[in-house]
Design a binder for this molecule. Structure first.
Ligand code: MG
Ligand code: ZN
Length: 219
C-alpha cells in the first residue's frame, strides 16, 4: 500500500517535470541540476562557472535551500538573474518548485540555468525537475567512499565533479580508486577534477558544460 502511494506522488512530480522540460525545450534552455552534500562546493562551483561564462552565455541560477538567501545573495553579486527557493524543511527540490522559480526568470533571455539542489546525497536524485543534465559534486575532504554509501546518485548523474583537489596532499582520497569505482557503476559518466579555491580544472568543467548546452540546443 505504502509503495503505491509513493509511486503516485513521484508520477505526479514526473508529469510536471515533463511539462517543465517541454517549456524549456521550446525556449532552447539547458538546465543543469547540481547535487551534493552540504559544504562540498555547489555554490562555489556555480560562482566559478558564472565568471567563466560571463559574456559568452546567458545564465541564470535557481538556489534551493531549506532556509536563508545566503547562496542567492552570493550569486546576485555576479549580476545574473537568481531565484531563491526556500523549501521550508523539505530536503530536495521538486518539479512544482522549479516551475514556480522558472516563472520568476526572464526565460526568453536565457541559454542555461543552474539549479543548486538542497544539500544531501539521498533524495534529490529521486525527484525530476525538468532538467537536462545531472551533476554530483564529491569533495575530497568527504572521503572517497561516498559511491558505496549513496549509489543511487552516482548511478543517475551525467557527471561527477571531484572538488577541492587542492586538499589532496592533506586528506585521504584515492582519486584513481574513486574513478574506477564510479566508472564501474556508471560507465558513460564524465569525471572532472576541480578546485574552486585555486581554479584548477574549472576551464575543463566549463568546456564540458558548454558542450552539454550545444548538444541539447534546439532550433
Ligand atoms: Mg550552497
Ligand atoms: Zn528529500
Amino acid at each position: 500500500m505504502k509503495v503505491s502511494v509513493v509511486q503516485g506522488i513521484l508520477s505526479a512530480n514526473d508529469q510536471l517535470a515533463a511539462q517543465n522540460r517541454d517549456q524549456l525545450d521550446q525556449l532552447g534552455i539547458c538546465v543543469v541540476n547540481v547535487m551534493a552534500s552540504p559544504g562540498s562546493g555547489k555554490t562555489s562551483l556555480i560562482l566559478r562557472t558564472l565568471d567563466q561564462l560571463a559574456g559568452r552565455m546567458r545564465v541564470a541560477v535557481i538556489e534551493g535551500d531549506i532556509a536563508s538567501t545566503v547562496d542567492a545573495d552570493k550569486v546576485a553579486t555576479r549580476g545574473v538573474p537568481v531565484v531563491q527557493i526556500n523549501t521550508g524543511g523539505q530536503c530536495h527540490l521538486d518539479a512544482p518548485m522549479l516551475r514556480n522559480a522558472l516563472a520568476q526568470l526572464p526565460l526568453d533571455q536565457l541559454d542555461l540555468i543552474f539549479v543548486e539542489n538542497v544539500g544531501n546525497l539521498i533524495c534529490p536524485v529521486d525527484f525530476r525537475l525538468g532538467e537536462d543534465v545531472n551533476v554530483v559534486i564529491a569533495s575530497v575532504p568527504e572521503g572517497d567512499d561516498k559511491p558505496y554509501k549513496y549509489p543511487g546518485i552516482f548511478l543517475a548523474v551525467d557527471a561527477v565533479v571531484i572538488n577541492k583537489v587542492d586538499l589532496l596532499p592533506y586528506v585521504h582520497f584515492d582519486v584513481a580508486a574513486f574513478r574506477r569505482l564510479v566508472t564501474g557503476m556508471n560507465p558513460g559518466l564524465q569525471i572532472l577534477e576541480v578546485s574552486c579555491e585555486t581554479g584548477q580544472g574549472i576551464a575543463e568543467w566549463v568546456a564540458w558544460i558548454v558542450e552539454q548546452r550545444e548538444k541539447r540546443r534546439r532550433p
